[in-house]
Design a protein around this ligand. Structure first.
Ligand code: NAD
Length: 303
């Protein structure tokens, strides 16, 4: 069994981006600028946003954190988003999810200008991803593709089982693994909470991507020998022996499953760190206008 070291790959990606930023600076070009919108004071969201801002600093990007009160109205939030859409100094931005319950997430995601949607959540970018057109890929699936690529894992013709169909991980992952692409060309089965006989599906899988958010759900008797396992799940469990007061568990019972794997990602140290690295890659693409020219800004009222 070989461990897929997300920490190592994320560090390599950050180093590559930092080099490119140095080059841009030396040529007098604009430094990439990521903005993050954080609504309210949810602890986990604050941690995620803080790590994104810190990563920007590490690679030499400019970053801006827009903090908004949890009782902001949907229209006020859209006004803030439009300011970012029309701010030429900002290359890309994210709206940290989840949003407070009184705000319609779909309307907010639609308000983000597609050319600045470095999370890849806007329906236009989801469509472009589905059609294999150049675009921002959602960060976690993009990070998983990068792990598979950098470890030279053969995917063509393999049977890939994705567990979980969320818009940010499972669903796009299933599309990407089926695409006609270097990392792709799999026969994909997308499993979810209504799937019958999940074990029958996972036992047939050459590659399993577990993204359901249930700690240690995938057990050794559910996988065949030689399988590649990508564990996306992150569940915080209280652990008084840790300085932080908690430990992180994945969706895979690592100790037993890893014995049957050819490759497996650990939690922590696997997919999680790749997510931020992918967001940085998307921001660099936005700054370089790789997918869109910055002339498409529009207001959500025009939709
Ligand atoms: P979600 O909570 O939005 O959806 C979970 C999905 O799992 C649903 O589609 C549901 O149908 C499916 N599911 C639930 N129980 C199931 C069962 N018993 N059998 C089969 N399918 C089942 O999921 P999400 O937002 O994609 O998050 C999934 C996990 O990934 C969470 O632990 C989350 O914290 C983690 N996550 C990690 C990263 C990262 O950077 N590593 C990023 C996003 C999410």
């Amino acid at each position: 069994m070989q461990l897929l070291d997300g920490k190592k790959i994320a560090a390599a990606i950050k180093a590559e981006i930092a080099e490119e930023v140095k080059l841009l600076k030396s040529r007098g070009k604009k430094i990439p600028h990521l903005a993050a919108v954080l609504v309210g004071d949810d602890g986990a969201s604050q941690t995620y946003v803080a790590s994104k801002v810190k990563s920007c600093e590490e690679v030499g990007f400019k970053s801006t954190l827009v903090r908004l009160k949890k009782d902001i109205t949907e229209n006020e939030l859209i006004t803030q988003i439009n300011l970012l859409n029309n701010d030429d100094s900002v290359d890309g931005f994210i709206v940290q999810l989840p949003l407070p319950k009184h705000i319609n997430e779909e309307r907010i995601l639609l308000a983000v200008a597609p050319e600045k949607d470095v999370d890849g959540f806007h329906p236009m970018n989801v469509g472009r991803m589905t059609l294999n057109l150049p675009t921002y890929l959602p960060a976690t699936p993009k990070g998983i593709l990068e792990i598979l690529k950098r470890y030279n894992i053969e995917t063509e013709g393999k049977h890939c089982v994705v567990i979980g169909r969320s818009n940010i991980v499972g669903l796009p992952m299933s599309i990407l693994m089926a695409r006609k692409d270097k990392i792709g060309n799999c026969t994909v089965t997308l499993c979810h909470s209504k799937t019958k006989n999940l074990k029958e599906e996972t036992l047939r899988a050459d590659i399993i991507i577990a993204a359901l958010g249930k700690q240690e759900f995938l057990k050794a008797d559910m996988v065949k020998k030689g399988v590649v396992v990508i564990d996306v799940g992150i569940t915080r469990i209280e652990d008084k022996t840790k300085k932080s007061g908690y430990k992180l568990l994945g969706d895979v019972a690592f100790d037993e499953v890893s014995k049957k794997c050819s490759y497996i990602t650990p939690v922590p140290g696997g997919v999680g760190l790749m997510t931020v690295a992918s967001l940085l890659q998307n921001t660099l693409s936005a700054a370089k206008e790789e997918f869109y020219k910055k002339t498409l800004s529009f207001s959500v009222d025009e939709l």
